[in-house]
Design a protein around this ligand. Structure first.
Ligand SMILES: NC(=O)c1ccc[n+]([C@@H]2O[C@H](COP(=O)([O-])OP(=O)(O)OC[C@H]3O[C@@H](n4cnc5c(N)ncnc54)[C@H](O)[C@@H]3O)[C@@H](O)[C@H]2O)c1
Length: 354
């Protein structure tokens, strides 16, 4: 068996236990330590998962037992931590979005390349069996010409979600439904139907008074392959219903709801189709009604993949470079909503649109 791979986690908030449980469930991985500027939060996590607590990021990065750093801090802080981890020769798994701009994303990718470390991103919904089946159907041409690619995320978060922590109420920190919750489903559309070439978006705050960011976004997107589609993202709609990802082509239709296949119909029905219709766990929550209301099994696949890739020439399953086009869609949505006009590719950074 492989030597044990040690993990250090930076940030001991909501998502950290998902990383730590994933590491615990992995084969060959071990949680070593944690750093958080809130020492109490770090200590609590350390007690639960039997970890060392460091006084600084530098302390964590200096620990030779740590081979991989998981970045689980607010979005606007990912860049500095990733750059420091790469400089220390650690492999990195960062939470989504990888960073707040394309320039920062490119800087992080270049730093990891230069340091010779692997750099992956937790857009773990790509791992779902239903999404993998949809991806294979698209790539093998089973849908024929792809005509529609839609995401409907009609979720709810209470006002306290946005007021509980400074960064969750601030767009400049990477909050707002588009970049925070929506990132996963925009990433799925980009993975299945991308790249995008043009979009038009509108954003509003419908149900969270006093918060200066959008809790509702709608976009009409055109893709390079000719497909078009809708992105509907909301945390304003009580009580929240399961995410829907819909693909329609000239030869078939595939729809995922939550993490299961709801519709799987092709002109060329195949023997494996019946099994695909039963993929996924219908009882598994996928985040519609609460921020921590989902399982960690998809995170585990990303962690296991990193362990298996270390010491090989293999690229990780979700390299940050593959997630960059999803960030382009996010930025284009903010820019279109801000300017009141469509945005066409190539997309450039525009901090004034955040
Ligand atoms: N993949 C997913 O499904 C998923 C779900 C939720 C959140 N996330 C992502 O995880 C990240 C963290 O989100 P969260 O909900 O856990 O936030 P959170 O606010 O619950 O936790 C963030 C933690 O980071 C700590 N922190 C802040 N600045 C720090 C610094 N400079 N160094 C070390 N620690 C620092 C805070 O004290 C806090 O404990 C975000 O990027 C978010 O988008 C991903």
């Amino acid at each position: 068996m492989k030597n044990e791979i040690g993990f250090g986690v930076v940030g001991a908030g909501l998502i950290a236990p998902f990383h730590l449980n994933a590491i615990k469930d992995s084969v060959g991985g071990r949680g070593v330590g944690i750093f958080d500027i809130n020492k109490e939060a770090a200590q609590k996590m350390a007690d639960q998962f039997d970890l060392k607590v460091y006084d600084s990021l530098e302390g964590l990065l200096a620990d030779p037992e740590i081979h991989v750093v998981c970045v689980a801090t607010p979005n606007h802080l990912h860049r500095d931590i990733v750059l420091a981890a790469a400089a220390a020769g650690k492999h990195v798994l960062t939470e989504k979005p990888p960073a707040m701009s394309l320039a920062e994303t490119d800087e992080m990718i270049a730093a990891c390349e230069k340091a010779g470390v692997k750099f992956g991103c937790f857009v773990q919904c790509r791992i779902r069996k239903a999404i993998q089946a949809m991806k294979q159907a698209v790539d093998s041409g089973r849908l024929g010409t792809l005509l529609r690619a839609d995401a409907y995320m009609k979720w709810f978060r209470p006002l306290e979600y946005y007021t509980s922590d400074g960064w969750r109420g601030q767009r400049q920190s990477g909050s707002g439904v588009t970049v925070a919750q929506g990132f996963h489903y925009i990433d799925l559309l980009q993975y299945l139907a991308g790249p995008a070439v043009r979009l038009e978006a509108k954003m509003e705050n419908l149900n969270h008074p006093g918060i200066a960011l959008e809790d509702d976004a709608v976009a009409f997107v055109e893709y390079a392959n000719g497909a078009k589609g809708i992105i509907q993202l909301s945390t304003a709609l009580w009580p929240g219903t399961d995410i829907r990802i819909e693909l329609n082509g000239t030869e078939g239709t595939a729809i995922m709801v939550g993490e299961t296949i709801e519709t799987w119909k092709f002109r060329d029905e195949r023997p494996e189709d019946e099994e695909i219709r039963n993929l996924g766990d219908a009882s598994q929550a996928t985040g519609a009604g609460g921020a921590a209301d989902f399982g960690h099994s998809d995170h585990t696949v990303v962690v296991q993949d990193m362990i298996d890739c270390i010491g090989t020439e293999n690229e990780v399953v979700i390299p940050v470079g593959d997630v960059r086009p999803s960030l382009e869609i996010i930025l284009a949505m903010y820019q279109s909503a801000h300017r009141g006009e469509p945005v066409e590719w190539p997309v450039a950074d525009d901090p004034s649109a955040w």
